[in-house]
Design a binder for this molecule. Structure first.
Ligand SMILES: [Zn+2]
Length: 235
């Protein structure tokens, strides 16, 4: 089955009571992003395509509760000697939000990093740098999610056992940032964490920051609604 046009999917999502951003809004938001305005037209076009493919894929999954991604033997055979993923996803290890299913993507489409709380350490940064430098990825999405246990643990202030403490420490700045505003909820902290991690990737030298600077890379943040599986971009 071919992927239906976005307008059809958006209509289906609307009929299902799901509020999804319009494609035109997405285009406008990306075009207005000063990170890549007017520098590298090829990269900008690539970013348009990557973000739209993710949005279309998530809209399809939310609407249809099915996948038509290419997981065929022909596809895996074609990928055996190389890969060209169109986006990288840094997201939580939580079992309830597998990115390939959420975005209706198949083998070879997404370069995925998963770690509890979607935080970035040197191994994560090195992996993303590899994706950008060697695989040509021009779009990175940092995706948190509703009711994230790692963020909840960081909010608790409890002494976390073993290496879990390192996750709490990595998420703590987002908790502080969210709590600088009145009445911060778990969802506020989840969103603050996704935004802060995305921001840290944009500033990560020497490779990611340089790509962002000259318009060859866009990093955005999003959160996944566990009830609906809808991905909501944070802009
Ligand atoms: Zn989580």
């Amino acid at each position: 089955m071919r992927l239906a046009p976005l307008c059809v999917l958006a209509l289906a999502a609307c009929q299902a009571g799901i509020h999804q951003p319009e494609a035109a809004d997405l285009d406008a938001a990306i075009a207005a992003n000063p990170v890549h305005a007017g520098h590298d037209h090829h990269a900008t076009a690539t970013v348009f395509t990557a973000a739209k493919r993710l949005l279309e894929g998530n809209t399809y999954y939310v609407s249809m509760r099915a996948s038509n991604a290419d997981i065929s033997a022909q596809r895996t055979a074609a990928l055996a000697t190389g890969q060209n993923p169109f986006a990288a996803i840094l997201t939580c290890a939580d079992s309830r939000m597998p990115p390939e299913l959420l975005f209706n993507q198949g083998f070879g489409d997404l370069f995925v990093l998963r770690v509890a709380g979607n935080v970035a350490n040197d191994h994560v940064l090195g992996s993303l740098e590899y994706a950008v430098e060697h695989l040509g990825v021009r779009y990175i999405l940092v995706m948190g999610h509703e009711r994230c246990g790692a963020v909840d643990a960081a909010m608790s202030g409890a002494e976390l056992p073993g290496h879990i403490a390192s996750l709490g420490a990595a998420i703590a700045p987002a908790v502080r940032e969210a709590r600088s505003r009145q009445g911060a909820t778990l969802q506020d902290c989840v969103e603050a964490n996704a935004r802060l991690v995305a921001d840290s990737l944009r500033k990560s030298g020497p490779i990611l920051a340089a790509e962002v600077e000259h318009g060859g890379l866009v990093v955005e943040a999003a959160v996944c609604d566990l009830d609906s599986s809808q991905v909501i971009w944070l802009r």
